[in-house]
Each structure stands twice: as C-alpha cells, then as structure tokens.
Design a protein around this ligand. Structure first.
Ligand SMILES: [Zn+2]
Ligand SMILES: [Zn+2]
Length: 272
C-alpha cells in the first residue's frame, strides 16, 4: 500500500535518534511519500527531571542550520520534506518555548508529554508506589494543561503515552473514571483546531498505536476531524510503520483526510 504521509520522526539530532537525516529522507523518498516530517526531540522538560537533566539537549541553532541546508537540497523533491520539533511539555517550560519556538521557521511543532513530576514515563520509575488512579488523573490533568499552552503548536503527540509503560493490569485510559477528563481534553483540542496524531511507535502486547481506538472514535463523535499518521520512526526502516493498520482504522471511524503541516499551515491529504 502506498504511504502518503508520515508526520513524526527523529534523526540523530535527537538524543535517541540513530540515523542521519539524509538517510531517513532518502528512505521516505524511496517509499514514495508525498509528505515526510522530521521532528527532533526538544526536551526542555528534561531540565526539570532528576536523571534526564543529564541527557544532552537539542542544539537548536545547529539543528536549524542543517534544516536550511536540507531544505535547499530537497527543494525540488517529489516528497515534501518538513522539519520541526517535538516539544516536551512540563509546566515549568512554557515561558522558554514561548520565547524560543518563534525564532525558527519550522514546518510543524508537535506538543508531547513524556515527563511527569520529574521523570520520563519511559523509564518507569515515576509510577513507583502510585495507584493507577493517581497516575492517570495526573497525566490527564497535565495533558489538558499542555493543550492550553500559550505557545503555538500544531499536533498533540501520542495521547496515552504513560499507558505504554505502566504495569497496571488494566492499562486502558478508556475507563469510566477518566471519561470526563478525556472529553474535556478532546473538546479543547477541537476548539483550538489542533491535530491528533495516531502514533505507531509502541512496543506493547496489545496496543499497536496511540491514542486508543475508543478515544479516536470519541474525538470523531465530538466533531474532531484533524488526524495525522505518525510512525515516530527512530530508524529509516520504521518510516510508515503499521501505516495500513492505521489507515484502515481511520477510515472505519470516518476520517477522510490526513492533516499535515507545511510552514505551520495545515494541508489535507486524502486517505485513499
Ligand atoms: Zn514522543
Ligand atoms: Zn517522537
């Protein structure tokens, strides 16, 4: 199946990226993508974490110099190559993003939560001694706060991120207890005309993508129409990962287009 677009990936400018941007772009071109985005980690929130603060931060000026060169190199390409960042939210970083993000002419900005109260959920430690109710309520409160930030962004990253890493028996966010908070979140995203990504970078026994299907269905039911496909690839071979599955899911729910961003403006690509 032809893959039309992929809105989220990382080259070795990101601390956990493995390959050079050109390697990723050449792969996207060979797959025939119409639109492909590199969105490096901008983890300013790591500065407020116990261990993650030692992980090197993205050097924005150096990254942007490379973006300018690559834009020139691929100006005539059939694949539109977009460049942006995935800005990690925590309440302390709002002013810094407000000041720094407008300094660069990016195509797309993803607003993601990885850290909660001083640690990345990826490393699991933040869940120690906490109940599911405590973790999920705190996460959903932060998520709503992140959607309301005053800095400009386009895509809400991997809703449900913490559920990838918890060891609670019933990991799903789609439980009665959280329904009101999920509704409030989705309504806020719709009111602000932001886009939800369907992210397939997940290793889990049951979940193949985020957010969960029921959340996507609820978003559609409430009037949300802006979705985008995101492999969140950290390797060239992962570009377009599980596209067919996500495309079928999106069509079944009723979505007709992917929303992608070029120079911060939304464009629609038909879901074939
Ligand atoms: Zn992320
Ligand atoms: Zn990512």
């Amino acid at each position: 199946m032809r893959i039309p677009s992929d809105s989220h990936s990382h080259s070795n400018f990101s601390h956990d990226g493995k390959e050079r941007a050109v390697t990723l772009i050449e792969r996207a071109k060979s797959l025939g993508l119409e639109y492909y985005a590199i969105t490096e980690h901008l983890d300013r929130d790591y500065k407020y974490c116990r261990s993650e603060r030692f992980i090197p931060q993205l050097r924005l000026p150096a990254y942007y110099r490379s973006v300018e060169k690559l834009r020139e190199k691929y100006a005539e390409s059939d694949t539109y190559v977009a460049f942006g960042v995935e800005a990690g939210f925590c309440p302390e970083v709002v002013d810094w993003y407000l000041k720094m993000l407008p300094r660069y002419r990016f195509d797309v900005i993803i607003n993601s939560i990885h850290t909660m109260d001083g640690g990345d959920a990826y490393f699991g430690k933040i869940f120690a001694g906490k109940t599911q109710s405590e973790v999920y309520n705190r996460y959903l409160d932060l998520l709503l706060e992140s959607v309301k930030v005053p800095y400009d962004y386009d895509i809400v990253g991997h809703i449900g991120y913490v559920t990838r890493y918890v060891s609670f028996e019933n990991y799903t966010l789609c439980q009665e207890e959280y329904a009101d908070k999920i509704d409030a979140l989705l309504k806020e995203i719709i009111a602000r005309d932001k886009t939800i990504e369907i992210n397939t970078h997940i290793r889990h026994k049951e979940m193949m993508f985020l957010p969960e299907r029921k959340i996507l269905e609820r978003y559609y039911e409430l009037g949300g129409r802006n979705v985008t496909f995101s492999s969140d690839a950290h390797l060239a071979e992962s570009i377009g990962h599980r596209y067919e599955m996500v495309r079928n899911l999106a069509k079944e729910i009723g979505f007709t287009h992917w929303t992608v961003y070029k120079m911060r403006k939304p464009h629609k690509i038909e879901i074939e």
